[in-house]
Design a protein around this ligand. Structure first.
Ligand SMILES: Cc1cc2nc3c(=O)[nH]c(=O)nc-3n(C[C@H](O)[C@H](O)[C@H](O)COP(=O)(O)OP(=O)(O)OC[C@H]3O[C@@H](n4cnc5c(N)ncnc54)[C@H](O)[C@@H]3O)c2cc1C
Length: 259
């Protein structure tokens, strides 16, 4: 199994546990996930997570929506990022962590005399720290959230960093989602009730995820600093998070032990 799948495996198990034990606090809930193919895929082989995700199976013909030739289903989780990120920040502060807002043009700018370790999780803005990012087209998804909300998406556009709402793209997303999931529209309604529009950027990176560490000698304070890198998670940063973070910690501990 490749490293990214290992990250996802560890994370799935952890998120599943959180959903089962702390749903309200974390904003994570278990869901039935469905993936559809408009055309029957040639030489389909089951994904690596077939043995990980609970109740993985191929959909029966009568379960497929119109215009869909093949599909799979399995148990997954849905995360409400607002609730979940608050939960994470709360844990961080309870453990003694503090936060500070600053805009950096180089990693060196966060190095002070007392700094021994820096962890670079610069995600979507890693390009501003001299890293290159790369985005790729259209994808359609319907994700149930808590509080009876459903997220509809999406787009996948290379090098588009605009966070302005594109209402034409939004109308096309709604059309595509209704085509695969007509039950979204209550029988007594002609249109969906839209609670809000959101735009997000997936922090992709040429070459894929970077989870590694390096020693640098800071000119500012003439000592060696261990820099951990954990970014470029693209459209999968939540689902790989615990696995990637634990891997980085292992790598960094190994480098510190070798000193
Ligand atoms: C529409 C959409 C749907 C998605 N769906 C999923 C999904 O189903 N499953 C999934 O796992 N993931 C999904 N993702 C991807 C997920 O949101 C990202 O992978 C994840 O947020 C990446 O987290 P990160 O912390 O690595 O990076 P980011 O969220 O980009 O965070 C990086 C942080 O570093 C800060 N920063 C960067 N550079 C600087 C600088 N120079 N100075 C100061 N601060 C800086 C930024 O301000 C930011 O706060 C989706 C994303 C989008 C947009």
């Amino acid at each position: 199994m490749d490293l990214n799948s290992e990250f996802d495996r560890e994370t799935y198990n952890h998120l599943w546990k959180l959903a089962k034990t702390q749903q309200n606090e974390t904003g994570i809930m278990t869901i039935d996930e469905f993936e559809y193919w408009e055309r029957f895929p040639q030489n389909f082989s089951d994904p690596w997570f077939k043995t990980l995700c609970h109740e993985y199976r191929h959909l029966r013909k009568e379960e497929l929506p119109n215009g869909v030739e093949f599909g799979i289903t399995y148990k997954s989780v849905s995360i409400n990022p607002q609730t979940y990120l608050k939960y994470l920040l709360n844990i961080f502060t309870l453990m003694g962590g503090t936060t500070q807002r600053a805009e950096l043009s180089h990693l060196n700018e966060c190095i002070k005399n007392e700094t021994d370790i820096v962890i670079n999780c610069s995600g979507v803005h890693s390009r501003t720290l001299k890293e290159k990012t790369d985005n790729k087209s259209v994808l359609t998804y319907v994700i149930p959230h808590d509080e009876e909300e459903v997220i509809l998406g999406g787009t996948y556009e290379e090098n588009n960093y605009s966070t302005d709402v594109d209402y034409d793209a939004a109308a096309r997303i709604i059309q595509r989602c209704l085509a695969i999931c007509p039950d979204l529209l209550p029988k007594d309604q002609a249109q969906l009730t839209i609670k809000g529009y959101g735009v997000g950027l997936r922090p992709c990176r040429k070459g894929g995820v970077r989870v590694d560490a390096e020693w640098i000698t800071s000119e500012k304070i003439s000592k060696k600093i261990l820099i951990g890198h954990n970014y470029g998670h693209g459209g999968a940063g939540f689902e790989s998070s615990y696995g990637a973070a634990n891997h980085l910690i292992k790598v960094m501990k190994g480098m510190l032990n070798d000193l």
